[in-house]
Design a protein around this ligand. Structure first.
Ligand SMILES: Nc1ncnc2c1ncn2[C@@H]1O[C@H](COP(=O)(O)OP(=O)(O)OP(=O)(O)O)[C@@H](O)[C@H]1O
Ligand SMILES: [Mg+2]
Length: 421
C-alpha cells in the first residue's frame, strides 16, 4: 500500500509534535508535513499534494474555516479531505460552520488515538473515492472530447461531402443541359440532313425523269429524221436518178463528154442514195419498227460482225419475239452500246448474244471473250455508256448487271419483267 501523506496545520508547535507522534504510532510509514501558519500550509499543500489535511480552527492570521474555504476554492487542492480540529465543544452551530466551510469532518482535541486512526482511514477512503471520481471524470471528459472531435470531424466530412455533392450536382446539371443542347443540335442537323437528302432525292428523280423524257424525244426525233431521210430525200434522189436516165437517153451521140458527165452524176447519185440509207438506219433502223426487236438485233449483230470480223452467235427465243415499242427501243439501244463497248474496249474474238423470254421476264445476255476490265476501269470514269444501259433497264422496270475481270471477258445481263402483256 502507498504511504499516507498527511499535512497538519496548527500555530502551536506542541500540538504539531503530539499529532506527529500519535500518527506515527498508528501508521509508522506515514509521511507527515507540518505548518505553523495558514500561508505556509497552503504552500506545502500545493507542493506535496497530501492525502489529508488536518487544520486547527483557531489560528492568528486566518482561522481554520477561512483556510478551509481557500483550500476548497483551489482546483488542485479541493479533492484533499480536510479535517478541522478544535478544542471547543462541537455544538450544532459549529457543525454547520464546518460543513459550510466545505470540510469533510471535524475532530475534537485532544485526540483519541483510535478515533484519529478511524478518521485517517475514513479520510483515506474519501480521498480514494475523490481520486476515482476525478479519474472517471477525466476519462469521461476524454471520451466526451474524443466523441466531440469525432462528431466535429464527421460534421466537417458531411459538410465537405455536401459541398462536393452540390458541386457535382451543379456540374451534372450543366452537363445535362449541354447534352440536351447537343441532342437538340443533332436533332436539328438530322432534320436538316434529312430535308436536304429528300431535296437531293427529289432533284435526282426529276433529273432522271428529264433524262428519260429527253431520250424519248430524241428517239422520236431520230425516228422522224430517219423516216424523212429515207422516204422524202430518198424518193427525191431516186426521182432525180430517173430524170438523169431520161436525160441520158436524149443526149445526141456526138456529145460524148456530156454523156460521160451524166453517167458519173448517176454514179454519185447512187452513192448518195446509199449514204442517206445508211445514215437513216443508223439513226433508227426501220427494221426495228417494221420487223420487231428480234430482227433488229440480228441485223445489228450482222453489222457488228461485218465491221469487226468478230463472229457473234445470236439466239432469240422465241424467234417471233414481240415486246412493247418503248421496251424494244431500250433493249435495242442497250445492245448497240454493248457492241460499241466491245468494239472499243474488248479486243474480243468471239461474242455470244441471247435474248430469251420466259413467262415472267425478258433476259438479254451479251458475253464477249475479250480483255474484260477491273473495278478501277469503271469507277469514277467520266463515261455514260454503262450508266445509260442501267438507266434504260430501270426505265423498263428491270435490272442491269455487268461482270468482268481482267483477261476473262465481259458479260452484261439485263432482266426486264414482262407485265401487262
Ligand atoms: N466489253 C467490254 N470489254 C472491256 N471493257 C469494257 C467493256 N465494256 C465496258 N468496259 C469498260 O467499262 C468502262 C465504262 O464503259 P462505258 O460504256 O460506261 O464508258 P466508255 O465506253 O468508256 O465511254 P462512253 O461514255 O462513250 O460509253 C469502259 O471505259 C471500259 O473500261
Ligand atoms: Mg461505252
Amino acid at each position: 500500500m502507498q504511504k499516507i501523506k498527511i499535512l497538519v496545520i496548527d500555530d502551536n508547535s506542541n500540538n504539531l509534535t503530539t499529532f506527529q507522534t500519535m500518527v506515527q504510532g498508528l501508521f509508522p510509514d506515514a509521511v507527515i508535513y507540518t505548518a505553523l501558519s495558514a500561508r505556509k500550509g497552503i504552500g506545502l499543500a500545493v507542493k506535496e499534494d497530501p492525502d489529508i489535511i488536518f487544520l486547527d480552527v483557531v489560528m492568528p492570521e486566518m482561522d481554520g474555516f477561512e483556510l478551509c474555504i481557500e483550500l476548497k476554492k483551489d482546483d488542485r487542492l479541493k479533492l484533499i479531505p480536510v479535517v478541522l480540529n478544535t478544542a471547543f465543544s462541537i455544538d450544532p452551530q459549529m457543525r454547520i460552520k464546518v460543513l459550510e466551510a466545505g470540510a469533510e469532518a471535524f475532530l475534537k482535541k485532544p485526540f483519541d488515538q483510535s478515533e484519529l486512526a478511524t478518521m485517517i482511514r475514513s479520510m483515506m477512503r474519501i480521498k480514494s473515492a475523490n481520486m476515482l471520481a476525478l479519474h472517471q471524470k477525466e476519462i469521461l471528459a476524454q471520451r466526451v472530447s474524443e466523441q466531440t472531435e469525432k462528431l466535429t470531424n464527421e460534421l466537417e466530412r458531411r459538410k465537405q461531402a455536401e459541398i462536393i455533392q452540390t458541386e457535382v450536382q451543379a456540374k451534372l446539371k450543366k452537363s445535362q443541359i449541354s447534352l440536351l443542347n447537343i441532342l437538340e443540335d443533332l436533332k436539328a442537323q438530322n432534320i436538316a440532313r434529312l430535308e436536304s437528302e429528300k431535296a437531293l432525292k427529289e432533284s435526282h428523280e426529276k433529273l432522271r425523269d428529264l433524262a428519260a423524257h429527253i431520250q424519248e424525244v430524241r428517239e422520236e426525233e431520230r425516228k422522224e429524221i430517219a423516216l424523212n431521210l429515207h422516204d422524202d430525200l430518198g424518193q427525191k434522189l431516186t426521182a432525180l436518178n430517173i430524170d438523169l436516165a431520161w436525160l441520158a437517153a436524149r443526149i445526141p451521140t456526138d456529145f460524148p463528154e456530156v454523156s460521160d458527165k451524166l453517167i458519173s452524176m448517176q454514179g454519185l447519185l447512187m452513192e448518195t442514195v446509199t449514204g442517206v440509207k445508211q445514215i437513216s438506219s443508223k439513226l433508227r433502223p426501220s427494221i426495228l419498227d417494221d420487223l420487231g426487236i428480234g430482227a433488229a438485233i440480228i441485223w445489228q449483230t450482222n453489222e457488228f460482225s461485218n465491221r469487226t470480223d468478230v463472229p457473234c452467235k445470236v439466239s432469240i427465243i422465241p424467234e417471233d419475239m414481240t415486246m412493247p415499242d418503248e421496251i424494244g427501243t431500250q433493249v435495242f439501244r442497250i445492245v448497240q452500246e454493248a457492241f460499241t463497248n466491245i468494239m472499243r474496249h474488248s479486243e474480243a474474238s468471239n461474242v455470244v448474244l441471247s435474248l430469251i423470254a420466259n413467262e415472267s421476264k425478258w433476259r438479254l445476255r451479251i458475253k464477249d471473250n475479250g480483255e474484260g476490265f477491273s473495278e478501277e476501269d469503271i469507277v469514277d470514269k467520266q463515261s455514260f455508256g454503262l450508266t445509260g444501259m442501267e438507266e434504260r433497264a430501270r426505265l423498263c422496270g428491270g435490272t442491269f448487271t455487268i461482270k468482268g475481270a481482267p483477261g476473262k471477258g465481259t458479260e452484261i445481263v439485263v432482266e426486264i419483267p414482262i407485265s401487262g402483256q
